[in-house]
Ligand binder design. Structure first.
Ligand SMILES: [Zn+2]
Length: 253
């Protein structure tokens, strides 16, 4: 998860287990805006079987659907699903156990580039794409492919953030003078905020670095609240300047 950064440095912020695994979480985000329910990310694929579950030591506590229900939102109530990209740990519950769309009344938004790349994988990208999680959405005609920065609702936009792969997008919400950014795997956890902390998983690590240098100062300047997709503890963070660029600390409220 930390690419070329030596373990002696990263183990302080992300202590590994005996298999060298670290604690990560899947952090989908519900946005309620203008009477619409928008879901960013749909969580980890849950049909991989025992070997898959053991390899990643998955702990499933079912907070995904319960979290929605706690605020009175049923799967049928979701109007918009934003897939930051189509890796199985981000769009895993686009579909349900029998392959049906989990959110049948939603449009699913993904970048055109990402859709192309999901259909044209190579040896380095193939393991991340599981057709079960996106082909049924395509077949049901629920995908809206967007090309570049696009405003989906007033104040709510998607923004290309290449590096992890080519077609990844983040989500930017500007409302009431405040900015919230869902950064996707550009910065997978708060521990990844320093510029060189780029993942070994990234297909284009230098592009990832360039995108960080482009956007982190901008979001810092806006005082944006940052949501990372995999932080094990922190859901909402803010940027703070350091010698190496920035760090992310839990937001105050
Ligand atoms: Zn991820």
């Amino acid at each position: 998860m930390f690419g070329t950064i030596p373990r002696v440095l990263w183990e302080k912020v992300a202590p590994p287990d005996e298999e060298n695994r670290i604690q990560l979480r899947i952090n989908p985000l519900l946005i309620r805006l203008g009477g619409k329910n928008v879901l960013v990310e749909t969580g980890m694929w849950d049909r991989g079987g025992e070997k898959f579950e053991q390899m990643y030591a998955l702990e499933r506590d079912e907070t995904f659907f319960r979290g929605l229900r706690d605020v009175g939102v049923e799967p049928d109530d979701i109007d918009l699903v934003i897939n930051t990209h189509l890796h199985f740990d981000h769009c895993g519950r686009n579909t349900g156990l029998t392959g049906e769309p989990t959110f049948p009344n939603a449009r699913y938004v993904v970048q055109k580039q990402e859709w192309h790349d999901a259909l044209h994988t190579h040896e380095r990208s193939r393991a991340s794409y599981i057709a079960d999680t996106f082909m049924p959405i395509h077949e049901a005609g629920l995908f809206d492919l967007v090309d570049g920065e696009t405003e989906l609702l007033p104040g709510l936009s998607v923004l290309p953030l290449p590096g992890h792969n080519l077609g990844q997008q983040g989500v930017v919400l500007r409302s009431g003078g405040q900015t919230l950014v869902y950064v996707a795997d550009l910065v997978p956890t708060t521990a990844h905020a320093p510029y060189p902390y780029v993942m070994g998983y990234d297909l284009y690590p230098v592009t990832c670095l360039e995108q960080r240098k482009k956007y982190l100062p901008q979001w810092f300047g806006e005082g944006a609240v940052i949501c990372t997709p995999h932080d094990p503890k922190v859901a909402f963070a803010t940027l703070h300047e350091t010698k190496r660029g920035f760090e992310l600390k839990a937001a105050e409220d």
